[in-house]
Write a protein that binds this ligand. Structure first.
Ligand SMILES: Nc1ncnc2c1ncn2[C@@H]1O[C@H](COP(=O)(O)OP(=O)(O)O)[C@@H](O)[C@H]1O
Ligand SMILES: [Mg+2]
Length: 398
């Protein structure tokens, strides 16, 4: 679909500037979205894509600039998520915002329960949920807790929830970052269905091939500044990359290291029932090893097993040639192993700590060894910060 200048945009942002204390996240950014259009919002990490989305959804109020929804100007001083939702603007994030213990139906309808005489009409809700699934042509069990669904299925529950309330604008912020190729194709198919309904989609993704194959139009941001916008069919991938990073990209990946050093990690016949069997692996200094496989192939379990966080029944792990029995992540860290997990919020970070505390958390023992006092004091500081964070969190929720 090409830009049609005679249609009223579903959303139009004019000269949006957003300042946080000490950071100008957006400076004079404009964007417009037409009915049935899939508009890519692209830029490097920190370019301001999520901030612009949050200005559109009313989570942030812009420092200056104007937003029009369906041709009507929004009053910034009172704009809120509630108002944007009422205007039909919905957002789906990469990080799950579902209640894990609740079923798909409960998650989809939370806040919109149909009641009769004070009782929730579950049968009707289940039928309505089924209708949405049929509309999206997806077959997902919505009567079990969402924690038992696969990642891709959870994303679809989030999508269903977003389009339930007659959305006109759907913002997808890095939705596909955690999905596999086949599942991404399914999301594209769903976007196709949504577009036919006249819903406009703002699509944020790092994967440029997705942009090229799924989006009609684009806006590029760089360091919070507007760079360019237009029709996707008029540009090539190298042109898009140049706009995003501001120069030609000659080398996508670092060169392969020909001179690897000593063996640092060996995995021999490692087996964990139901996860993986007889895995052998060698990693040398200066080497990058790729672990490939479909979802459920056991990749995550394997790295967690090496890290002492998944039970193994046979096989061995050697660090610098010496057999080791790693029974906990603590032991793995002591042996010099680091793990950046896929579920960052759940496993990688303590979201109540600030960046400094998160950074020193894995190396606390070092402070203990050499600076008993400092270790103690940093422990105390962390406890205070945790207390503060919890208090702030619960105040925020009131
Ligand atoms: N709540 C916030 N407080 C302060 N700075 C923020 C906040 N949210 C985002 N930023 C900053 O604004 C800039 C844009 O961030 P973001 O919109 O998240 O980028 P993107 O989504 O493109 O990766 C970054 O420099 C980021 O650190
Ligand atoms: Mg972002």
């Amino acid at each position: 679909m090409e830009k049609n200048n005679f249609l009223t945009p579903l959303v139009e942002v004019r000269n949006c500037t957003m300042e946080f204390p000490g950071v100008k996240a957006l400076s004079n950014v404009s964007l417009s979205l037409l009915p049935g259009e899939c508009h890519a919002l692209v830029g490097e990490n920190g370019a301001g894509k999520s901030t612009l989305s949050k200005c559109i959804t009313g989570e942030y109020q812009m420092t200056s600039g104007e937003i029009f929804v369906g041709g009507n100007q929004i009053k910034q001083s009172s704009y809120s998520i509630r108002e944007s939702q009422a205007l039909g603007i919905a957002i789906v994030h990469q990080e799950f915002q579902l209640m894990q213990e609740m079923t798909g139906v409960e998650n989809i309808f939370v806040g919109h329960y149909l009641t009769q005489g004070g009782l929730i009409h579950w049968k009707e809700l289940a039928a309505k949920a089924q209708e949405i699934m049929e509309f999206l042509q997806c077959d997902i069990n919505l009567s079990i807790p969402v924690k038992r669904l696969r990642t891709a299925e959870k994303q679809i529950v989030q999508l269903a929830k977003a389009i339930l309330s007659d959305s006109k604008v759907l913002i997808l912020d890095e939705l596909t970052a955690v999905l596999q190729e086949k599942e991404i194709e399914n999301i594209f198919r769903i976007i196709g269905i949504i577009k036919k309904r006249g819903i406009g989609v703002i699509y944020i993704s790092h994967r440029l091939d997705e942009i090229m194959s799924c989006c009609d139009t684009y806006t590029v941001l760089c360091d919070g500044r507007y760079v360019n916008s237009g029709n996707v069919k008029d540009i090539s991938m190298p042109q898009l990359i140049k706009m995003i990073i501001g120069r030609d990209l000659n080398q996508v990946f670092p060169p392969v290291n020909e001179k690897t050093g000593d063996m640092v990690l060996e995995v021999r016949n490692l087996t964990a029932p139901k996860a993986f069997r007889n895995i052998n692996l060698e990693v040398r200094q200066g080497e990058v090893i790729g672990l490939a496989g479909l979802v459920g192939a056991g990749k995550t379990e394997l790295v967690h097993a090496i890290f002492g966080n998944h039970k193994i029944t046979s096989g061995e792990v050697l660090i610098r040639g010496k057999p080791v029995k790693i029974k906990s992540p603590r032991e793995a860290i002591k042996l010099g192993i680091g793990l950046v997990p896929d579920e960052r919020r759940l496993l990688g970070l303590n979201m109540l700590f600030d960046i400094k505390d998160n950074t020193i958390l894995p190396s606390m023992s070092k402070f203990k060894k050499f600076f008993a006092f400092r270790y103690r004091s940093s422990g105390v500081v962390m406890a205070i910060n945790l207390f503060r964070a919890i208090r702030k969190d619960s105040n925020g929720k009131k």
